[in-house]
Design a protein around this ligand. Structure first.
Ligand code: MN
Ligand code: MN
Length: 242
């Protein structure tokens, strides 16, 4: 299970590579320094996780009973750690999220830290060795520290929360919430309202594909609420015929 944090998607090698390579691509010298600092710290975490995993795997080298717990590690890996996740899948650069846009990368990094944190928490919950728990608690704590640093770095850029890149989104359309699942399913799903679709500038649009005129089973165009929506948005919607 520890191998997930060694060679897994949200593991320490992935974190080290993601932040270091983002740092190499970063033109902002102050934030580049932070990315390189945290990327390097993640390499030290890789060492801690690797050492910890190795301590737990060591008996596999000599004891058949231990080896039977994971023949792949015992026979192919000689009871050592390798760049594989807990399912035995090889580590891949596809795990890395590197966009070349600093604020977008920083958002990826806070999400990556949140995923690493929750994996450590689960490992702690499934661990009964006090020394192992202690090391995992340390690693889990540092991920929150990194999350704080990435968040502060993002906020210090002074960009509006929803300002990504340079081209502004289309006015009006950006505030439309498409109510694409009806809330009338067999499982009693509800059509929910909350701050994600109501209040402020939000405008709820009922099933836009249907509004725009999709051929129904009867061969007639379904657009029963179309007029209603047009009045609401106060403009003509582009109609696509499917
Ligand atoms: Mn880490
Ligand atoms: Mn981290």
């Amino acid at each position: 299970m520890l191998l997930e944090q060694f060679g897994g998607a949200n593991g320490e090698l992935a974190a080290a590579m993601q932040y270091s390579i983002q740092g190499l691509n970063c033109d902002d010298p102050d934030r580049k320094d932070m990315l390189m600092d945290i990327g390097t710290e993640e390499l030290s975490h890789l060492e801690i996780v690797g050492t910890l995993a190795r301590m737990h795997l060591k008996p596999m080298k000599k004891s058949r009973d231990s080896a039977e717990a994971d023949p792949l590690i015992a026979i192919a890996g000689g009871g050592g750690v390798g760049l594989f996740n807990s399912m035995g899948d090889a580590w891949t650069a596809d795990y890395l999220k590197i966009t070349g846009e600093l604020d977008v990368d920083l958002r990826s990094n806070t999400a990556a830290e949140a995923r690493a944190k929750i994996v450590y928490e689960r490992l702690i919950n499934f661990s009964d060795d006090p020394g192992t728990k202690d090391a995992l608690q340390f690693l889990m704590t540092r991920e929150i520290t990194h999350m704080k640093a990435f968040t502060a770095a993002l906020e210090s850029l002074g960009k509006d929360q929803f300002s990504i890149g340079k081209i502004p989104p289309t006015l009006g359309l950006v505030d439309e919430y498409f109510n694409d699942s009806t809330g009338a399913g067999d499982e009693g799903e509800t059509d929910a309202r909350g701050p994600w679709n109501t209040g402020g500038k939000w405008k709820i649009v009922e099933s836009p594909e249907l509004e725009q005129g999709v051929e129904g089973q009867s061969g007639k165009t379904i657009a029963k609420n179309h007029k209603h929506v047009s009045e609401e948005t106060g403009k003509t919607r582009v109609k696509k015929s499917a």
